[in-house]
Design a protein. Structure first.
Length: 97
């Protein structure tokens, strides 16, 4: 298997799995680890980078969500968005500091 394809595919799957898409990046990582043709540390680094960058995409989506609340194509009604915002504020934002 071509190294660039293996690392690129692992990155893409890990990135997609960390966004709102329902994917399982662990299966791809496990398959490549079982192949033993690639250094485990490099595979874990590539998968971690994909997951982190996918999470950043989710964070950016969340940061800009409010500006679309009154658009007709927006999938959540203003009432649902207000309810989610209230729950989020009550539950905390997850900061450790």
């Amino acid at each position: 298997m071509d190294e660039v394809a293996a690392y690129g595919g692992l990155f893409a799957v890990a990135f997609a799995a960390a966004t709102i898409l329902p994917m399982q990046s662990e299966a791809a990582l496990a398959a490549l680890l079982m192949n033993r043709s690639f250094p485990p540390a490099m595979l874990i680094a590539v998968a971690s980078l994909g997951n982190v960058l996918g999470s950043v995409v989710n964070w950016l989506i969340g940061r800009g969500l409010e500006r679309f609340r009154d658009r007709p194509w927006f999938p959540a009604s203003p009432a649902k968005l207000d309810r989610a915002t209230t729950w989020y504020r009550r539950s905390g934002d997850g900061r450790c500091f």
